[in-house]
Design a protein around this ligand. Structure first.
Ligand SMILES: Cc1nc(C(=O)O)sc1CCOP(=O)(O)O
Ligand SMILES: C=C1C=NC(C(F)(F)F)=NC1=N
Ligand SMILES: [Mg+2]
Length: 538
């Protein structure tokens, strides 16, 4: 008898004979999968009559046994018992779990579809004898599941389920993600989907169409298997270090920007466009304010191209998502500015949709945007720290660290103080074991206490143009340039220029121009030792 505690959930094929390419069969697709690394199979046939289902199940079971791979039957407990399959997978609307377990006995695998944290709390109450694993989904939109009753949760929704498993102490429960999983997004899912404590990551991924609808199911499986064995997601062609900052580092960043004159594509709001273009020019870089879907792949391929995505823009969603895909595909950086993150439901949904559409290199926001991205709110924390009018620094540091860790990017939280945290954990990921010691508390983080520049808030697009500055500095790096260093340099330069301009100006009008001049001068001088802004490590 096989031991259900030793199941390998890493590459879980769920069948569907409704999408088979001509010349293939259910049997041939499953066989190709098993020969190339599938570790678990689920027979899921919604339209088949019982007689055919049982015949198929017997054949597929016999095949799985040749590879010593367990077979799970979807929904049909009677068929599972009839053929003595290794387990059953049921959904929320199928037979109640305690009854399924009663029919199966203790030694068979029982899997459950889970999409909400309340369902996790339920399974925890049932205890370790009940649910063995959960299918967390759907992660992304998929046409495979007919009339779905739930909407895509994205990698951040998966993190919420992993956190709920920890909170409810369901340590025995294994996890696979499912829904729209393909090579284009699997590394990002494995990289981001770690519980916030760092203790737990996904035990595997589950696919239907990537293999079942593949003309070459063997090649599709090999590709998936390779991604699962990789340990690093090099999502951008930069050095994702562990926060080290070399003494000459800041000077070195600007040298590279001067040398490489990066192209910075701005997809941004109307008010920021002109100022952002001028800031980009002042920083020896070349702006392009294109929102044309059909040229975005060409732009992304221009050497040192970088995307600045500011969601105050009204560019069509499909064009923005194409831009994210284009820059991710060529490993070029994207700076994301989630303007008004949750000020309105519309913005909340739009920003969450974009945040689950690709891997960002840097997220820059003001304190209220970062606090809401971290799902922390001043109100919620008010009881803890009676703060004196300004949001307390501990809360902002925590929020910056959380967002960096959960989205695996560098995060800049701007305001009275600027916090910068590096959640990229060197691009590392691993199945099941979590982050192996890299936690929210231990990722690199620093604060720039430049003192408030009151007048900064009196001109348009001052925050947005910090985004342009960060994009210029990241984009200007040579391959393997230090990402964290470039972001720190950008914020230090920007704040120092702001301070200089505030001293020189006679009002908000001249501040606008003094700021561009100050950026221009400090950039060309490239003497970081003269900059007035400085940082403290946290
Ligand atoms: C079977 C199934 N369950 C889902 C859930 O969200 O519970 S999504 C899904 C279909 C996944 O198919 P594909 O890999 O082709 O996107
Ligand atoms: C609806 C489903 C959700 N998840 C899974 C699996 F990934 F296998 F756990 N299988 C299903 N049939
Ligand atoms: Mg079902």
């Amino acid at each position: 008898m096989f031991d259900k505690k030793s199941v390998d959930y890493s590459l879980y094929l769920v069948t569907d004979s409704g999408m088979l390419p001509t010349g293939t069969s259910l049997y041939s697709q499953v066989k190709a999968g098993l020969e190339n690394g599938v570790t678990l199979v689920q027979l899921r046939e919604k339209e088949t009559d019982t007689k055919t289902f049982v015949e198929e199940a017997l054949k597929i079971h016999e095949l799985c046994q040749q590879f010593n791979v367990p077979l799970i039957i979807n929904d049909r407990i009677d068929v599972a018992l009839a053929i003595n399959a290794e387990g059953v997978h049921v959904g929320q609307d199928d037979m109640p779990i305690p009854l399924v377990r009663k029919l199966l006995g203790p030694n068979k695998i029982l899997g459950w579809s889970v999409g909400k944290t309340s369902e996790v709390e339920r399974l925890a109450q049932w205890g370790p004898e009940m649910i063995d694993y959960i299918g967390i989904g759907m992660v992304f939109a998929t046409s495979t599941k007919k009339n779905p009753k739930k909407s895509p949760m994205g990698p951040q929704g998966v993190i919420g389920i992993l956190n709920a498993l920890e909170t409810s102490k369901a340590t025995w429960c294994r996890t696979v993600a499912i829904g729209g999983l393909h090579p284009v997004n699997i590394e990002r899912v494995l990289y981001q989907c770690v519980s916030t404590s760092g203790k737990r990551s996904l035990d595997g991924i589950s696919v239907v169409s990537d293999i079942m609808a593949a003309a070459d199911a063997a090649a599709a499986t090999v590709n998936l298997h390779t991604l699962l064995r990789k340990k690093t997601f090099q999502f951008v062609d930069l050095y994702l270090g562990n926060g080290e900052l070399k003494p000459e580092g800041l000077k070195n960043v600007i040298e590279q920007v001067k040398q490489n004159r990066p192209l910075v594509q701005h997809i941004t709001n109307k008010v920021h466009q002109n100022f952002g273009a001028n800031v980009t020019l002042a920083l020896g870089s070349s702006p392009i304010m294109s929102e044309i879907k059909s040229e975005v792949h060409d732009l992304a391929r221009i050497p040192h191209a970088t995307l600045l995505l500011n969601t105050g823009s009204v560019a069509p969603l499909d064009m923005v998502q194409e831009a994210i895909l284009a820059y991710n595909q060529v490993g070029r950086p994207i700076v994301f500015d989630p303007v008004g993150y949750s000020a309105t439901e519309t913005r909340h949904v739009l920003n969450d949709t974009l945040l689950s559409s690709g891997q960002f290199t840097c997220i820059k926001g003001n304190s209220s945007e970062i606090l809401s991205l971290a799902k922390l709110s001043v109100e919620k924390m008010k009881g803890v720290d009676a703060h004196t009018g300004t949001i307390d620094k501990k809360l902002l540091e925590r929020a910056t660290r959380l967002v960096a860790y959960q989205y695996k990017t560098v995060v800049v939280c701007t305001g009275e103080y600027d916090f910068i945290a590096d959640g990229t954990v060197s691009g590392q990921y691993a199945l099941s074991v979590g982050s192996r010691g890299k936690t929210v508390e231990t990722i690199p983080c620093l604060v720039i206490e430049n003192g408030p520049i009151e007048i900064m808030g009196h001109i348009t697009a001052s925050g947005c143009s910090l985004g342009s500055t960060i994009a210029c500095f990241i984009g200007g790096l040579n391959t393997n340039g230090n990402l964290f260093e470039a972001v720190v340099a950008a914020v230090l330069l920007y704040k120092s220029a702001g301070k200089l301009a505030a001293e020189r100006c006679q009002g908000s009008g001249s501040f606008y121009f003094q700021l561009v001049d100050a950026l221009y001068q400090l950039f060309r001088d490239n003497k970081p030792e003269t900059w007035t802004a400085n940082f403290q490590r946290l």
